[in-house]
Every structure is written in structure tokens, then in C-alpha cells.
Design a protein around this ligand. Structure first.
Ligand code: HEC
Length: 291
């Protein structure tokens, strides 16, 4: 395992090395388009410790569930940046990236069965440890950022149906996460690695597209991911196109051509036409790093 005792700069260096490594490989291969090998995701994570030993801010427990305007504004910005593309702008679970997912991203208005629960502690647990297989943990974000998003979701989407915070719930959360003391963070950044394995059957392909999509959607800590997510219409169709038209691997211009030239107009959004050269370059680097 990589990284025990790494500090932040080591992590940045590690990422840089990965990115440069990929480009080294690219330039080495020159303009030759590689043989396309269908991909299958192996859920292989290299864990890199983040900001080892850093002290996180102590949380004022009595403020939970009583957000001021500032916290809500911060929560909204963070939600739009991190969650909207799956859960939708209005929290209905209808974000573009979630369309191909099964189960679907949670509709926050839903009062039915949740994995961890829709009360404060349930939401906190989800952001700390994830939920099910497709909802990733967000514990690399500072605790105050996670709290701001929880407050925003409760106020904006759950409104009068939100579950009131109880004292015993607060005490339980404090026991579990030492919120009022502030804790030493030992959070991990998962770095997914795609492995190339040949898959032959049509049915396996669809599953593979889904897995690749899931991998790309969850890598929201990498540059270029946001840009990619913003142009994906139907996720599975988009991955199918990238799987079948290997030419995009050449350079960012080729990627732009493949995206805009696809004859399945559900796959990518028309907004792709408005992206800048830099956006395409970032997206290209992201996709080459990941798949
Ligand atoms: C890549 C898509 C994706 C992103 C991004 C994402 N989610 Fe989710 N989320 C899901 C899916 C899918 C589920 C449903 C999981 C299940 O039912 O197994 C889910 C479920 C949830 C749940 C319900 C958990 C429960 O107890 O049932 C909460 C709360 C949640 N997400 C919050 C967030 C927040 C907040 C963010 C942003 C920080 C976020 N999600 C980002 C896909 C996503």
C-alpha cells in the first residue's frame, strides 16, 4: 500500500507522477492509435493517505440542524459542484450522470426506505462512509463542508418533511465521530485503476459500459472530470461511443470529433459544442488517465 505518513505535497506529487506517466506513455506511442481492447473495471484501489495527522475543526453540535444563510449558501455551492450531476439540481435523483445507474441516485424528497436513513445521522453516515455500491464516501471533504451540504439538502429538498434532529442523535454522532472534539483525519483518497480485460459477449458489454461510467463518475477529484460529466447525456451510450471509436485516444481534437460526430445524439449534450480548447484538453487527459 502506498502512502502511510504522506503529506499533502507528496500526494500532489503522486498525482502529478500518474498524469505525467500517462503522457509519457502517450508521447512514446506517438500518433499511433492503439489497438482497442475492451475494458473491464477491476475494483482495485490504491489508497493514498491524505493530509496525514491534520486536525479537523471541532463542530458545535448545538448548531446542527439550525443553519444560517451563510452555511446554506456554502452548502448549495458544494452540492452543485459535487452532487448535482447525479442527484439533480432540484434533488430529484435525476441528474444526467445518474440516468444509467441502478439503483438510481436518491431522490431527496423520497420518504421511503433509505440505506443509512434520511435523518441527520443517516445523511452524515452516507457522506462519511458511502451508501450501497454507487454512492461513494465524501470524507476527503472537510467535515464543515459535508455538514453544509447536509443542511442544504435538508432545508432545500426535504423542507417540512425533514426529520428533526434529536439530542440523543447528536450524542450518538459525537460518540461515533468525535465531532465536538475535532478529530485527527486519516481520510483516504481512493484512486481507481481500470484494468484491461477482453470481454466478448454483448451482455457483458453493457455491464462493462456501466462499470466504466461508474468509475468515471466517481473520480470527481481528478481535473477534467467535471467537464466530462457536463457533456454526458446518456451515460451508457457515451461510453459505448468511446469504446467503439478508438480514434479519440489520439488527442483532444480527435476526442472532440468523436463526441460531436456521433450519430447517437442522446449520448452527449449539445453543450459540448460550446466547450473551450482547454476544456477538451482537460477532459482528454482525464479520460486517458482513467480508461
Ligand atoms: C456518481 C453519482 C453520485 C454522486 C456524484 C453522488 N451520489 Fe449520492 N447517491 C448515488 C446513488 C446511485 C445513490 C443510491 C445508493 C443506493 O441506493 O444504493 C445515492 C444515494 C445517496 C444518499 C442516500 C443514502 C441512503 O441512506 O440511502 C444520499 C444522502 C446521497 N446520495 C447524498 C449525496 C451527496 C450529498 C452527494 C454530493 C456530495 C452525492 N450524493 C453525490 C449517486 C451519487
Amino acid at each position: 500500500m502506498l502512502g502511510c505518513g504522506m503529506d499533502k505535497s507528496t500526494i500532489v506529487q503522486a498525482y502529478t507522477a500518474v498524469v505525467i506517466g500517462c503522457f509519457g506513455l502517450l508521447s512514446f506511442k506517438g500518433n499511433k492509435v492503439e489497438e482497442w481492447t475492451p475494458l473491464l473495471i477491476d475494483r482495485h484501489y490504491v489508497e493514498v493517505e491524505q493530509e496525514a495527522g491534520q486536525q479537523t475543526a471541532a463542530v458545535n453540535l448545538s448548531s446542527l440542524g439550525k443553519p444560517g444563510a451563510e452555511v446554506l449558501a456554502k452548502g448549495k455551492a458544494l452540492y452543485n459542484q459535487n452532487c448535482m450531476f447525479c442527484h439533480g439540481e432540484k434533488g430529484l435523483g435525476d441528474g444526467a450522470a445518474g440516468a444509467a445507474m441502478n439503483p438510481k441516485p436518491r431522490n431527496f424528497f423520497d420518504t421511503g426506505t433509505w440505506v443509512n436513513g434520511r435523518n441527520y445521522a443517516g445523511l452524515f453516515k452516507t457522506l462519511k462512509s458511502g451508501a450501497g455500491t454507487l454512492m461513494a464516501p465524501y470524507d476527503t471533504l472537510p467535515v464543515e463542508d459535508r455538514i453544509a451540504m447536509i443542511e442544504y439538502i435538508r432545508e432545500e429538498f426535504q423542507g417540512s418533511s425533514k426529520v428533526a434532529v434529536t439530542d440523543s442523535e447528536l450524542q450518538e454522532m459525537d460518540k461515533l465521530y468525535s465531532l465536538s472534539k475535532g478529530v485527527r483525519s486519516a481520510s483516504k483518497i481512493p484512486v481507481p485503476k481500470a484494468l484491461e480485460i477482453v470481454a466478448t459477449e454483448e451482455a457483458q458489454k453493457v455491464e462493462r459500459y456501466r462499470q466504466i461510467l461508474e468509475l468515471l463518475m466517481s473520480a470527481d477529484y481528478l481535473p477534467g472530470q467535471k467537464e466530462f460529466v457536463s457533456i454526458v447525456g446518456n451515460g451508457e451510450s457515451a461510453i459505448k461511443i468511446l469504446s467503439e471509436n478508438q480514434i479519440w485516444k489520439r488527442d483532444s481534437l480527435s476526442l472532440a470529433r468523436v463526441v460531436s460526430g456521433s450519430n447517437d445524439n442522446r449520448a452527449f449534450r449539445a453543450s459540448a459544442a460550446g466547450l473551450s480548447r482547454e476544456d477538451w484538453e482537460l477532459m482528454y487527459q482525464f479520460l486517458r488517465t482513467m480508461i
